[in-house]
Ligand binder design. Structure first.
Ligand code: EPZ
Length: 444
């Protein structure tokens, strides 16, 4: 397993290009199951472990992923699908695999998917998905760790989500796309990744409208034509690099993003003292301030502050000039990064779903362990801010699930960061560092 080794304390300066959105790519890729008349072409897909996993899953169903000379372009032919089972060994590595339920049910009226099981951040049940599919006319059976859905036909229905669910909304949209009649989803999630999927499906012949901010209507169609789409930029990657500038008191220009998706992140970072200049709808400049103000954070569904940015903001608050409260309202166990941040010198206390963060004078390097995707990003950010000694982050396979070429992008901004094999680290803070022997450089 690889480790990331960081020598922090340097301001990040320069330009970074934001990759395509992981959480828009995943539903759009599986929606290709419903388009079997032509090759589906999806562009600006980030080259990530989670994308590799969903490609493996499609291939296991019988789809063909065609070779392209562009790692960010997928060409998928699903006419050969003859298997409707998503196995445990794939689903357990990525719970978003449950997104195959909707398109398989829509197209083939059957699917059998391993229950995803929990993950580091929570139990993450899929009851909302299954109740909605039942309302559309599917029979749902759950046994031996698998959920099996099948239907003679699917008919439009009114679906009312108890709380907004991103992949729940996406699964229902796909299941309803080829159903008879109209489906209305109330309390639908509002994340922009859902609207990107809706755009892709409508350009391919579907008839879906967001008729109110939290209400989506789907008029079922008989068939679709071609899926041909360019995925929106990843707003969480953008937010992560914005925090990288703020936490290192740097000056970074971010390109190829969508400013309209960053409202709550821009607001919070400005409140914390960062200077944010909006260059255009696809580019912003963010300069870190000498004094980082403590700001309270409370996560909630879009358009409020995203839970996927909570760990990154906590890293910033660990070197703020006061005390703040970070409230995690979406997932029940999304503070796994706290113990690791404390190892770097942070002063954080957890009470239920609140974390009370008292700004430390400075962080110092240490060996830490990534526990989930956004926690690993938080540790990278804290490592970049640790001016005393090296930070070595183990289990960075979590990071590779959601960030494309992160160490290369950070090194291009002046970070001293390197990916090394587990046993390459002999020196850590306070010991004679063999850091210079490790292939690290200011420019990757
Ligand atoms: C999506 O997960 C994202 N993943 C997550 O991003 C993100 O954190 C989450 O939405 C919230 O924004 C993808 O889009 C692939 P939910 P999802 O259903 O859809 C509860 C990342 O870092 N719930 O919106 O699984 C659930 O437990 C990942 O990129 C039920 O109780 O999340 C949670 O408390 C992490 N029953 C809340 O709803 C259900 O059937 C919101 O979850 C479904 C959800």
């Amino acid at each position: 397993m690889d480790k990331m080794v960081i020598e922090g304390g340097f301001p990040l300066v320069g330009e970074v290009s934001i990759s395509g959105s992981k959480n828009a790519s995943l539903p759009i890729i599986v929606s290709s199951i419903m388009f079997d008349n032509f090759d589906s072409e999806i562009d600006n897909v980030p080259d990530l472990e989670d994308i590799k996993t969903i490609k493996k899953l499609l291939i296991s169903l019988g789809a063909e992923i065609k070779k392209t000379d562009d790692a960010n372009k997928l060409i998928i032919n699903t006419s050969g699908i003859d298997n409707y089972d998503a196995p445990y060994d794939l689903v357990k590595t990525m719970r978003a695999s449950v997104l195959v339920l909707g398109p398989l049910l829509a197209k083939y009226k059957r699917a059998r998917v391993s229950l995803p099981g929990g993950c580091a951040i929570g139990a993450r049940p899929i009851d909302f998905h299954l109740n909605a599919l039942r309302l559309l006319g599917a029979t749902v059976k759950v046994d031996h760790g698998y959920v099996e859905v099948f239907a003679d036909k699917l008919k439009g229905a009114v679906i009312n989500f108890p709380i907004p669910s991103v992949t729940g909304t996406e699964n229902v949209i796909m299941a309803a796309t080829l159903a008879e009649g109209t489906t209305v989803i109330k309390n639908a999630a509002r994340e922009p990744e859902i609207d990107d999927m809706i755009l892709a499906l409508n350009n391919g012949g579907a008839n879906i409208k967001r008729i109110e901010p939290s209400v989506i209507s789907i008029n079922g169609v008989k068939k679709l034509n071609r899926l041909y789409h360019r995925v929106i930029p990843d707003r969480i990657e953008a937010g992560t690099f914005m925090v990288a500038s703020a936490i290192t008191k740097g000056d970074i220009i971010l390109k190829n993003l969508n400013v309209n998706h960053l409202g709550s992140i821009i607001e919070k970072l400005s409140e914390a003292g960062a200077k944010i200049i909006i260059n255009s709808s696809s580019s912003i400049r963010i300069k870190g301030s000498k004094v980082i103000k403590s700001v309270d954070i409370s996560t909630a569904p879009y358009p409020d502050f995203p839970t996927d940015m909570q760990a990154q903001m906590m890293a910033l608050m660990t070197i703020s000039c006061g005390l703040c409260v970070i409230t995690e309202n979406v997932f029940e166990n999304r503070f796994m990064h706290v113990a690791e941040l404390i190892r770097l010198g942070a002063n954080i206390k957890i009470r239920n779903n609140f974390a009370i963060v008292k700004g430390a004078i400075k962080l110092s390097g240490a060996e830490v362990m990534a526990t989930d995707l956004r926690a690993s990003a938080s540790l990278v950010l804290a490592g970049l801010a640790s001016s005393d000694g090296l930070t070595a982050i183990s289990r960075i396979y979590h990071l590779d699930r959601g960030y494309e070429k992160m160490e290369k992008k950070l090194a291009n901004l002046g970070a001293i960061i390197s990916r090394v094999k587990e046993n390459d680290i002999s020196a850590l803070p306070g010991e004679e560092s063999n850091f210079n022997d490790i292939a690290c450089s200011k420019s990757a």
